[in-house]
Design a protein around this ligand. Structure first.
Ligand SMILES: [Fe+2]
Ligand SMILES: [Fe+2]
Length: 471
C-alpha cells in the first residue's frame, strides 16, 4: 500500500476525501513546522541529511534513501494495511469485529491513551535537540536526525487519530502537544522520563536503548487494540522504533568496545585520562535510565490498566501468542509488596497486574542487549559485568516509590543511600567528565576517540560517506 506524496500531507488514509479532517490537519501543520524550527534539532534547517523515507507501508517500504533537508521531510500519516475480518483479541469484547470508528463508550479512555503516547514523541525531539552540535561522527549525526524526524512523524500519527476521531477536544489536545515541553517547569511533558536531560551522547544512546524500548512495548500493547485505526498506526510506528533501538544498542556497544580496547592496550582500569568512558560510569548510566523507564509502565496494581484491557483498548505484549483465555478474570499474576524490611511477591488478579507484566517483558528484552555488551567485555578479556538494577532501585512510581534500595534490591536506610548514591547513579562529576569528551567530529569517516566505528555504513554506503552536508 503506497503513500500519496502528491498531497500536502503525505498519507495512505485518503484524507483528500475528508474535507473537514484535511482542513484540521492543514491548520495544525504550520504550528508543527514552527515547533520543529524552534524546538527541533538546533541550527539544522539547511543541512542536507541522508535520510530514509517510507514510500509504502508494506515490508520493504523503507527502501527510499536520499539527501534532504529535515524541514522538507515528508511527515505524514501512514497506517499499516487493515487486516481483513480482524476481531478484538482480548477483554469482554473478545471475538467481536474490531472498531473501525471510535467506540463512543470508551472515548475518554482512548483519548487518554493516545495523548499519553503522543506526548512522548515530540518530547524526545526536544530532549535531544542540542546533541547535533557535539556529534561523535557524521554517521551518528545522521542517525540522530533520522530518529528525530521519525519521532516527529509519530506525533503526526497520534495527532491524526485525535483530529480524525475526536472532533473539537481532539484538536485541542493536538494543539497542547506542541505547548507542553520537555523539562518546562510550568508546562512539562506528561511522563517524567521525558522531562529529563539528554545532553550528551552516552545519554542519547541510553535513551534510544531504554526509552525507545519502552516505546516499543507501549506501541506493541496498543497495536493489539480493538480500536483498529490505533492498532494500525502503532503497527507502522513499530517499524520505525526498531531502528531507534538499533541506534541505542549499537551506540552503547561501540562505546563499550572502545573502552575495552583502551583498557587492554594500556593494561589499566583508569581510562578516563585516556579519553574513554570507564565501565563503572556506563553502569551508573544504565542504572539511571533503566530505573526511570521502569516507572513508565505505571503502578504494579492498576485498575486503569485492567479497564483498558477489559475494554479491549490496550492488550499485552504479543497478546495473540499468549496461551490463555485473553479475558483473565480468573488468572493471577505476581507483583512485589513490601513487608517490613523485605520485598515479597504476592498474587493479585492478572487483570490489575497488566502493567507489571508488560514491565517484565520489557525487563527481559532490556537484559538481552546487556548480555551482548557483556560478551564484548569478555572477548577483550576484561573482568567486568553489566547488570540491570533490581525493580526496587531508584523508583518514582508504584510500590517502590520513596523506597531506598541497592541495585541488588536490598532495602536500606536513608543514611546508607545518601552515602552510597554516587556509586550507583551518575553524580555530577560523571556528567562533567562525559561532557568533556563531547567535542564535535564532523569530518567524513572520522570518529570521536571514545567510540568505536560502526561495523558498516548506512544502506550500503561507505563509512566515510558524507551523511550530513552542512554547506
Ligand atoms: Fe516514537
Ligand atoms: Fe522512538
Amino acid at each position: 500500500m503506497s503513500i500519496d506524496y502528491n498531497e500536502k500531507i503525505p498519507n495512505n488514509v485518503d484524507i483528500a476525501g475528508d474535507r473537514r479532517l484535511r482542513r484540521a490537519l492543514e491548520n495544525w501543520q504550520p504550528a508543527y513546522l514552527k515547533w520543529w524550527e524552534n524546538l527541533g534539532p538546533v541550527e539544522s534547517a539547511n543541512y542536507d541529511v541522508y535520510l530514509r523515507t517510507a514510500i509504502s507501508v508494506d515490508e520493504g517500504g523503507w527502501a527510499h534513501y536520499g539527501l534532504l533537508k529535515m524541514p522538507e521531510y515528508r511527515w505524514g500519516i501512514f497506517l499499516a494495511p487493515p487486516e481483513p475480518d480482524r476481531k478484538i483479541g482480548f477483554g469482554i469484547h473478545k471475538g467481536e469485529p474490531v472498531w473501525t470508528d471510535l467506540p463512543g463508550e470508551y472515548r475518554a479512555e482512548l483519548r487518554r491513551l493516545i495523548v499519553t503516547q503522543g506526548d512522548t514523541e515530540p518530547a524526545s525531539v526536544e530532549q535531544q535537540r542540542r546533541l547535533g552540535k557535539i556529534c561523535p561522527s557524521l554517521y551518528d549525526l545522521r542517525n540522530l536526525y533520522q530518529v528525530n524526524v521519525e519521532e516527529g512523524r509519530h506525533l503526526w500519527a497520534m495527532v491524526y487519530l485525535l483530529h480524525a476521531y475526536f472532533g473539537r477536544d481532539g484538536r485541542e489536545e493536538a494543539d497542547e502537544m506542541l505547548l507542553r515541553h520537555a523539562g518546562d517547569p510550568d508546562k512539562p511533558r506528561i511522563l517524567q522520563a521525558f522531562n529529563e536531560k539528554t545532553d550528551d551522547w552516552l545519554s542519547f544512546f541510553m535513551f534510544t536503548y531504554f526509552q525507545d524500548r519502552d516505546g516499543k512495548y507501549q506501541l506493541a500493547a496498543l497495536a493489539e487494540s480493538g480500536f483498529d485505526p490505533l492498532a494500525r498506526s502503532c503497527r507502522f510506528m513499530l517499524t520505525e522504533e526498531a531502528h531507534h533501538m538499533f541506534v541505542g544498542e549499537t551506540g552503547i556497544a561501540r562505546i563499550v568496545q572502545r573502552t575495552c580496547e583502551v583498557m587492554k592496550e594500556h593494561d589499566t582500569d583508569a581510562v578516563r585520562p585516556l579519553g574513554v568512558i570507564d565501565l563503572p560510569t556506563i553502569q551508573r548510566f544504565i542504572n539511571f535510565h533503566y530505573s526511570i523507564c521502569l516507572d513508565l509502565f505505571g503502578q504494579e496494581k492498576s485498575t486503569n490498566a485492567a479497564n483498558y484491557y477489559s475494554m479491549g483498548l490496550k492488550g499485552r505484549y504479543q497478546e495473540s501468542k499468549i496461551d490463555d483465555d485473553h479475558v483473565l478474570s480468573d488468572s493471577v499474576y505476581r507483583v512485589p509488596e513490601i513487608q517490613g524490611d523485605k520485598v515479597s511477591q504476592i498474587e493479585i488478579s492478572a487483570l490489575t497486574a497488566i502493567n507489571e507484566r508488560l514491565r517484565h517483558d520489557y525487563a527481559k528484552d532490556s537484559d538481552r542487549g546487556i548480555q551482548r555488551f557483556n560478551k564484548i567485555i569478555r572477548e577483550h578479556g576484561v573482568d567486568f559485568e553489566f547488570k540491570l538494577p533490581n525493580f526496587a532501585f531508584n523508583r518514582g512510581v508504584g510500590t517502590f516509590l520513596g523506597v531506598k534500595a541497592t541495585p541488588e534490591g536490598k532495602l536500606i536506610g536513608a543514611e546508607e543511600w545518601d552515602r552510597r548514591r554516587d556509586e550507583w547513579l551518575p553524580p555530577k562529576a560523571d556528567f562533567d567528565f562525559v561532557a568533556s569528551l563531547m567535542q564535535p567530529v564532523t569530518e567524513p569517516g572520522k570518529m570521536a576517540g571514545w567510540i568505536a566505528p560502526p561495523k558498516r555504513g548506512i544502506h550500503g554506503q561507505p563509512l566515510d560517506f558524507e551523511y550530513v552536508r552542512f554547506h
